[in-house]
Design a binder for this molecule. Structure first.
Ligand SMILES: [Mn+2]
Length: 305
C-alpha cells in the first residue's frame, strides 16, 4: 500500500528520519519497504538546506520503482526561472524576491552545476496528478473538469519546453488546469484589502479551501488560515457557486497549504500533508499518511517527524 509524503523543501534529514520511522531501509543506496511504496506530493526544492540530497533520494526511489513523485509549484517555478523567453529574460522573472526563493536550492548544488541542469530534466518527467480507483493525489487542488482538459490532450507531465510555455500562457487551455493542480484556486480580495504573505510579499488575492462548500460559509471559513490575517469580506456570486470536492468522492491527498498545529484529516476524504517543515517558527513537521485503501481516512494513519 502507499505512504503519501507532503512538502519536503530541502529538509533531507527530516525525510530520512520519516522513512526510517515508517520501516524503510536503504538497500544499494535506495530506500525500500517490503510491502509499501511512496507517493511524494511535490515541492522538493527551496527553503531548506539540502534540496540536492532530497532530489537524489526521491529520484533513486522513483527510478527503482519504489516511489512516484508528483511535481509541485516550486519545481514548475524552477523550470520557468531557468527557461529563456524568446523576447528576452526568462519565463519567471529574475526579481530579487524570486532569486532569493531559489537561493537555498542553488547553494545545495554549488560545485554540482551539471547535476543541477540534469535535475531540471528530471522535473519535466514528474506527473502532474495521479488518479486511481482508490484515490487522487496532486500538489494542490483536484478539480475534475479542469483535469479533464489534460486527459483529453493526454498530458501527464510537463514533458518539454514547448508544453511548459503553453502551461504558463494564460490564453492556452493548459494554463488553468496546471494552475489549479499546482497552486489551487484563489479569490481576488475587494479593492483596498491586502495582506503580507510568508515571503513578505503584499498580496491582493488569497487561497481558498476547495474542499468546502462555498455556498453559505463566511470568508474566514473559506480562506486558508495560513495565508495571513484577512478581515471578513464579501464573497462574490461566482465564488459562491464554485464546484467543490464532494464528500462522496474518493480520498484526495495533497500538500502545498502550509498547515500548522495538530496533524489531522480535513474531512473523511480530504487529507493535506503539508505541515510547514520549512518553518521553525510554526513548529513545522514532515508528515506522511499511510494509506491502506480505506475510503474513510483516519488520524491514526499519520506519521510525522
Ligand atoms: Mn510547498
Amino acid at each position: 500500500m502507499i505512504d503519501f509524503i507532503g512538502d519536503i523543501h530541502g529538509h533531507y534529514d527530516h525525510l530520512v528520519a520519516l522513512l526510517k520511522k515508517m520501516g524503510y531501509t536503504q538497500k544499494n543506496g535506495v530506500y525500500k519497504h517490503p510491502s509499501r511504496r511512496v507517493i511524494f506530493l511535490g515541492d522538493y526544492l527551496d527553503r531548506g538546506p539540502n534540496a540536492r540530497g532530497v532530489v537524489r533520494l526521491v529520484r533513486s526511489m522513483v527510478e527503482a520503482g519504489e516511489a512516484e513523485a508528483l511535481i509541485g509549484n516550486h519545481e514548475l517555478n524552477t523550470l520557468c526561472f531557468w527557461t529563456p523567453k524568446e523576447s528576452g529574460g526568462y519565463l519567471r522573472d529574475h526579481s530579487i524576491n524570486k532569486i532569493l526563493i531559489h537561493t537555498e536550492t542553488l547553494r545545495s548544488y554549488q560545485h554540482h552545476d551539471a547535476e543541477f541542469f540534469e535535475m531540471l530534466q528530471f522535473l519535466y518527467t514528474l506527473p502532474l496528478y495521479i488518479e486511481t480507483d482508490q484515490f487522487r493525489a496532486q500538489h494542490a487542488c483536484f478539480n475534475t473538469s479542469l483535469v479533464d482538459v489534460l486527459k483529453k490532450e493526454n498530458i501527464k507531465s510537463i514533458q518539454n519546453e514547448e508544453i511548459l510555455k503553453r502551461m504558463i500562457d494564460k490564453k492556452d487551455p493548459l494554463c488553468a488546469p496546471v494552475d489549479s493542480l499546482l497552486k489551487g484556486p484563489e479569490m481576488a480580495l475587494p479593492k483596498g484589502i491586502t495582506y503580507e504573505d510568508s515571503e513578505g510579499v503584499i498580496r491582493n488575492r488569497t487561497r481558498i479551501c476547495w474542499w468546502i462548500n462555498p455556498a453559505s460559509v463566511s470568508s474566514k471559513e473559506l480562506f486558508l488560515q495560513s495565508e495571513g490575517d484577512i478581515p471578513e469580506v464579501f464573497i462574490p456570486e461566482e465564488i459562491r457557486r464554485r464546484n467543490y470536492y464532494h464528500e462522496s468522492e474518493r480520498p484526495v491527498f495533497f500538500g502545498h497549504y502550509w498547515f500548522t498545529g495538530d496533524v489531522q484529516i480535513i474531512k473523511p476524504n480530504v487529507c493535506c500533508l503539508d505541515y510547514s517543515v520549512a518553518s521553525y517558527k510554526k513548529n513545522g513537521k514532515l508528515v506522511a499518511y499511510r494509506f491502506d485503501g480505506e475510503s474513510t481516512l483516519t488520524n491514526e494513519h499519520f506519521v510525522y517527524v
